[in-house]
Ligand binder design. Structure first.
Ligand SMILES: Cc1ncc(C[n+]2csc(CCOP(=O)(O)OP(=O)(O)O)c2C)c(N)n1
Ligand code: SF4
Ligand SMILES: [Mg+2]
Length: 285
């Protein structure tokens, strides 16, 4: 039985007091405990950024990789041992900027990974530059006259790229976020969960108050989560009202399902004692 306390680490997070990252960490821990996952069968992978410190503060396996490369690392882990539960935590700069290409390909491959986007609409760790999801007009240290760029919409990107589970959470609603993480992790295939995560230090626009006044639960009304067009149209609603919840889910083969080498058992459990790679190595002598 996995209890919440089993997932606590000796170290405590170094995030600024009040940062939305605390709520995301709490939601991931609660989800792992609620699903009664064995911590030794869970791997949390990150890139670089404030959010990327998270694997240090949950007592599962973890991999704090390099900027934008959490997805390739997670892909390797999943393909080597598809029995593991692999969760990627990534910032908006990390996942939707420098690492965006990897994210798109992981979604179209339908790797069985859960991606949690800590979307604070700013580069937090590097002291407040404009990110790919910063709102147009946002004044930051890198755009003192206001950002002129159209922000990325992670949900429509996920829908267009073939993600089979697309959701939006809000750090201020940990009950809903935990539920989304549970559903996304149980989902067979790529789960994109974008999370509005207020950065209390650098983002003075998208604050907890900002979201509190706007967010509502899409799934509290009759919304058909198997309707791709409806999901596309609904995720554009980013004005006075902002929907959160599950937008889209569909079932199809995962990448591991279709790899003949993985049909019987995970790579790490296969007998490789009879594999002789000398002839291959000789080629490079
Ligand atoms: C290859 C590379 N380029 C740039 C950086 C500098 N850098 C570190 S974190 C970061 C952006 C972090 O923003 P985000 O991913 O949104 O994470 P947050 O800190 O907001 O959680 C950048 C540009 C780096 N570490 N490595
Ligand atoms: S800078 Fe922002 S994102 Fe980073 S820890 Fe502080 S509040 Fe959180
Ligand atoms: Mg960020």
């Amino acid at each position: 039985m996995t209890e919440l306390k089993d997932l606590n680490t000796k170290e405590i997070p170094t995030w600024c007091p009040g940062c939305g990252d605390f709520m995301i960490l709490a939601s991931i821990k609660k989800a792992v405990a609620d699903m009664n996952l064995n911590p030794s069968e869970v791997v949390v992978v990150s890139g670089i950024g404030c959010s990327a410190g998270l694997p240090h503060w949950i007592e599962t396996y973890g991999f704090h990789s390099i900027h934008g490369r959490a997805i390739p690392v997670a892909t390797g882990i999943k393909l080597a041992n598809h029995g593991l539960t692999v969760i990627v935590v990534s910032g908006d700069g990390d996942g939707y900027g420098i690492g965006l290409n990897h994210l798109i390909h992981a979604m179209r491959r339908n790797l069985d990974i859960t991606f949690i986007g800590h979307n604070n609409q700013i580069y937090g760790l590097t002291l407040g530059q404009t990110s790919p999801t910063s709102t147009q007009g946002a004044k930051t240290v890198s755009t003192p006259h206001g950002s002129i760029e159209t922000p990325i919409n992670p949900l429509s990107l996920g829908l267009a790229s073939g993600a089979t589970f697309v959701a939006r959470g809000y750090a201020g609603n940990t009950t809903q976020l935990t539920d989304l993480i549970v559903k996304g992790t149980k989902h067979r295939g790529f789960a994109l969960i974008d999370v509005f995560q207020p950065c209390v230090t650098w983002n003075k626009i998208n604050t907890f108050d900002f979201f509190k006044q706007r967010v509502y639960d899409l799934n509290s009304e009759k919304f058909n989560t198997s309707d791709l067009n409806a999901a596309f149209s609904r995720c554009q609603e980013l004005g006075e009202r902002i929907p959160t919840g599950l937008f889209y889910q569909t079932e199809t083969d995962t990448y591991s399902d279709d790899l003949p080498q993985l049909k019987e058992k995970p790579l790490v459990k296969q007998n490789i004692t009879n594999v002789d790679i000398k002839s291959v190595l000789n080629k490079y002598k």
